[in-house]
Design a protein around this ligand. Structure first.
Ligand code: ATP
Ligand code: ZN
Length: 286
């Protein structure tokens, strides 16, 4: 029988839509059985396991799942023997220490002998130990940010993205302990056949990721401007140049990094570029 890989993703929550979308962009079609724990992909040798994100590291360590998609924060907190194989660029957040807005905060010494509420006791205690701070850790599993208001703790250690949740609970972020994003994790004992499927999947993920980072750019320019525009365009190779029907004009095509794009757009116009089109790329194989 053909070997298949089991990949665990979050059943419902902040990671689940992006995880499913990523597999879809990789051309993988999942049979949607409603509320099933497991669903097979129809055109790629993987099966999807839907789990709570906190359970994924254990399942991947013991081989119940071969791969998983989850946040680095949970990978660090659960501290299992698994491989972090690839960063995925979504669900970016950080684990931070926050204190009441009205408190004076100067240094980590603030936390000496204080009570800190968190859902991340493992990461927090190792951070405090490394910094020689003695503090009491209160583990709570949800709504950590209300702990100081109800007198349960002096401070919190919690996941932050914009900081608006902290702010609306009267807290300010004072130290970042860990930066996190979604990653692919893998079991340490994949056999040869499983490794092949794993590598195929990583290849597809890379193609999807680099396509997202890049744009296809088309523009028109008088032939005299081609040398200076070619210099500005940081394409993978030199741009494609096609003659326009209008005498003395050409169309230039290239690939540019999304971040670079905003930096070069003014230069392109000054150099004589017109009718600039920027188009998303679906897949990019390098
Ligand atoms: P589960 O029911 O699966 O245990 P959960 O409540 O623990 O879900 P979610 O709130 O869905 O988890 O968050 C899942 C992951 O998304 C977090 O572990 C973190 O990596 C990331 N995350 C959490 N909060 C944010 C945020 N505000 N912005 C971006 N990413 C976040
Ligand atoms: Zn969770």
């Amino acid at each position: 029988m053909e070997k298949r890989l089991k990949i665990a993703i979050q059943k419902s929550g902040r990671l689940s839509d992006s995880s499913k979308a990523l597999l879809k962009e990789c051309g993988i079609q999942i049979k949607n059985g409603k509320n099933n724990l497991m669903a097979p992909a129809v055109n790629f040798p993987i099966d999807i396991l839907y789990l709570r994100d906190d359970d994924i590291p254990q399942y991947v360590e013991d081989g119940t799942a071969d791969l998983g998609i989850l946040g680095e924060n949970v990978v660090a907190e659960t501290d299992k023997n698994i491989i972090t194989a690839k960063k995925l660029g979504f669900a970016k957040c950080r684990l931070s220490l926050a204190v009441p807005k009205s408190d004076d905060y100067n240094s980590l010494l603030f936390f000496q002998n204080k009570k800190i509420a968190t859902s991340y006791p493992v990461i927090l205690s190792s951070f405090l130990k490394k910094n020689n701070i003695d503090a009491e850790i209160h583990k709570i599993s949800g709504s950590v940010e209300i702990a100081p208001n109800i007198g349960l703790a002096d401070a919190v250690c919690d996941i932050v993205s914009s900081g608006s949740t902290l702010f609306s609970n009267g807290l300010k972020e004072v130290e970042v302990i860990l930066q996190s994003e979604a990653v692919v994790v893998a079991n340490t004992n994949l056999d040869e056949e499983q490794t092949k499927i794993f590598e195929q999947l990583m290849f597809r993920i890379d193609a999807v990721k680099s396509a997202k980072k890049n744009k296809y750019i088309l523009l028109n320019a008088p032939n005299s401007a081609i040398p200076s525009i070619t210099n500005i365009l940081p394409g993978i190779k030199s741009p494609t140049i096609l003659p326009l029907a209008e005498e003395g004009w050409s169309s230039l095509h290239s690939v540019v990094n999304e971040e670079q794009f905003w930096n070069i757009i003014d230069e392109l116009k000054v150099a004589g570029a017109e009718g600039i089109l920027v188009i998303p790329i679906e897949k990019m194989i390098s």
